[in-house]
Structure formats: structure tokens, C-alpha cells
Write a protein that binds this ligand. Structure first.
Ligand code: SER
Length: 315
């Protein structure tokens, strides 16, 4: 039995709900404490209400549960973030600063911080975006995440805090719903295909974005956190890639399973956000350092999403 005691912040989000279960399977139900602004979406395991802006509440939680590792998932994403830039900055940055300082003060052994494709901007090479390039993000979410990466790197260098991070592509899941992101269309489209046989997309047909299946996303997170510290050479955040596709391409793939499915397009403000991001990612540093390999491609993702979502929706 591992002696790790894990705290998850923002556990009710798209990634949080699935990661909480994965960590409970690995470390045991009672060793993984989920926290969120709201009551738990899961049926078992310890859960506490916690706001990441409440530093003393966070400190008390770490002490009470004798926490050794933190996964800090609480953030406002790209599309929702643009509705209130100052509040997005406050939640994303003050939240992270609280987590970093409490982690050092309470001698947390490992911290996970998610970054994103939203750190890339118009000046970043769009194809095979390298690990290091010009990053001038177009959204407040992207600005907060690139600043967050630099703060993580600073805390590693200055305080030897073992903080690890991935630049997640758009995450596609049947297990949980996304909220407030620009890549959310790629989950909505499966729900609409099964329920209505049609979908109106808020991005243009040929908008290519990097995406990943939730199972690969969770496995990447666990593998990064398990890797021996001496293999981790990136202390900002690792580029992470799996697949890239456009709305037209995923619609064509869905049509192979649901021939009557139809897609239409009505781009909104999220088109400009997507247009500022990369189309494909070079993740060779993650592959080299901790042996990252994605398992899903567009065909297997589509098959898996339709299969599992159908079962879920029928229950
Ligand atoms: N999925 C996120 C978003 O669309 C990107 O990190 O905002």
C-alpha cells in the first residue's frame, strides 16, 4: 500500500472527475481527497468543499488529510475566460500562487499543474509546434497558463518543488462533459450525433486542432507523475500530442457509423480563439524523457466515443 495522500483541486471538472477515479484505483479510495466548489459528482471517496482562492482553507486541508501530492485542476478555460478576463486571471493566477506557496510551506512531494494548447499564439509555428517557441497567447486563459508555467519553473529552481506539467490538447471524453472551452465542440458533436443525428458547429469546417482521448490524457498524467525525477527535464510544461483533426474530418468519421448524421457550421467568437492555436504539436521531448506514446487515433476515438456514450445515454 502506498503512503501517498493525494489532494485534487477542481475535481468536478471534465478531467478532474476521471482523474479522481483513476487515482483512487491506483492509491485506494481513502487516500485520494477530491475538492471542488461544489459537492462531489462521484458516489464514493472523501470529498471536501474548497475554493482555491482560500489559501488558509487549502493549508488546513493539506494538514487535516496529511497530503503528500496535489493535482491542481481548478481553472477557467479559454472561451468562458473571455467573458470576464479579470476574474479569470484572478482565479487562474491567485489559485496557482496559493497552491505553489502552500506546497513549499507544507513540503508537498509532487505537484501536478495542467497547461494547454492555449499558450500558443499567432507567432508560434502552427505545424509541429516545438517545445520551445514564441508563445504570445490570444486569450486570458492562455496568458494565465504560460505565466503559470513560468511560475512552476521558478518554484522548481528556487525551492526545488517537484512540479510537473503537460500542455493538454483538447480532451475528448464520454465519461464527463467539458465546460467553457473552445475544443468542447468535439465532445458535443458525439452527443448530438447520437441524440439528434445533426450538429451545428461553432468552428469553421477546416479548423484543425490538436486533440486527445481522455484515456490517453489520464495515462499521460499518471506516467508523467510516476517518472523518476531525474528523467524530467522540462519544468515549465511538456508539449503533448496525440491526433489533430477538423470539424469536417470528425463529422466524416462519425458518418461512417451514423450515415444520416449531418453537420452544419455557424462560427462564433470561438473561431478566432481556435485560429490562434497550433494545428499539430511536436511532443518528441515527452517521448524521449518519459516515453510518452498515445494509443488512440481519430478512427479508434470515434468508435470508442460512440460505443461508450451510447451505453451511458441509455442508462
Ligand atoms: N480545451 C481547452 C479549451 O478549449 C484548451 O486547453 O479552452
Amino acid at each position: 500500500m502506498s503512503s501517498e495522500r493525494i489532494l485534487i483541486l477542481g475535481a468536478n471538472g471534465q478531467i478532474g472527475t476521471v482523474l479522481t477515479e483513476a487515482l483512487r484505483n491506483k492509491f485506494g479510495n481513502e487516500s485520494v481527497i477530491s475538492t471542488d466548489l461544489h459537492p462531489s459528482k462521484l458516489t464514493s471517496g472523501p470529498h471536501e468543499i474548497l475554493n482555491v482562492l482560500d489559501k488558509s482553507g487549502l493549508e488546513a486541508m493539506v494538514n487535516k488529510h496529511r497530503i503528500t501530492q496535489i493535482y491542481h485542476l481548478a481553472a477557467i478555460l479559454s472561451a468562458r475566460g473571455e467573458q470576464d478576463p479579470q476574474n479569470t486571471w484572478k482565479i487562474n493566477m491567485e489559485g496557482l500562487m496559493n497552491v505553489l506557496t502552500v506546497s513549499v510551506e507544507q513540503k508537498i512531494s509532487k505537484l501536478f499543474y495542467p497547461s494547454t494548447i492555449a499558450i500558443y499564439g499567432h507567432s508560434t509555428p502552427k505545424q509541429n509546434t516545438p517545445q520551445e517557441a514564441s508563445f504570445i497567447p490570444a486569450t486570458v486563459y492562455g496568458i494565465s497558463k504560460i505565466a503559470g508555467e513560468h511560475w512552476c519553473n521558478y518554484f522548481y529552481n528556487r525551492y526545488k518543488l517537484d512540479v510537473r506539467s503537460l500542455r493538454y490538447p483538447g480532451v475528448i471524453s464520454w465519461q464527463s462533459d467539458p465546460g467553457g472551452g473552445t475544443t468542447d465542440y468535439a465532445v458535443e458533436i458525439f452527443h448530438a450525433a447520437l441524440k439528434e443525428k445533426k450538429y451545428c458547429c461553432f468552428l469553421e469546417a477546416d479548423t484543425r486542432l490538436p486533440m486527445i482521448h481522455m484515456d490517453d490524457c489520464i495515462r499521460a498524467t499518471l506516467e508523467l507523475m510516476d517518472a523518476p525525477a531525474e528523467l524530467i527535464h522540462i519544468h515549465t510544461s511538456y508539449n503533448l500530442a496525440s491526433m489533430s483533426f477538423t470539424p469536417a474530418e470528425i463529422a466524416a468519421e462519425i458518418k461512417k457509423h451514423i450515415p444520416e448524421f449531418e453537420i452544419s457550421y455557424k462560427p462564433d467568437f470561438r473561431q478566432a480563439i481556435a485560429a490562434s492555436w497550433s494545428e499539430s504539436i511536436d511532443d518528441s521531448v515527452a517521448r524521449r524523457d518519459w516515453n510518452w506514446r498515445p494509443k488512440f487515433d481519430l478512427a479508434s476515438l470515434t468508435e470508442d466515443m460512440l460505443h461508450n456514450l451510447k451505453i451511458k445515454l441509455n442508462h
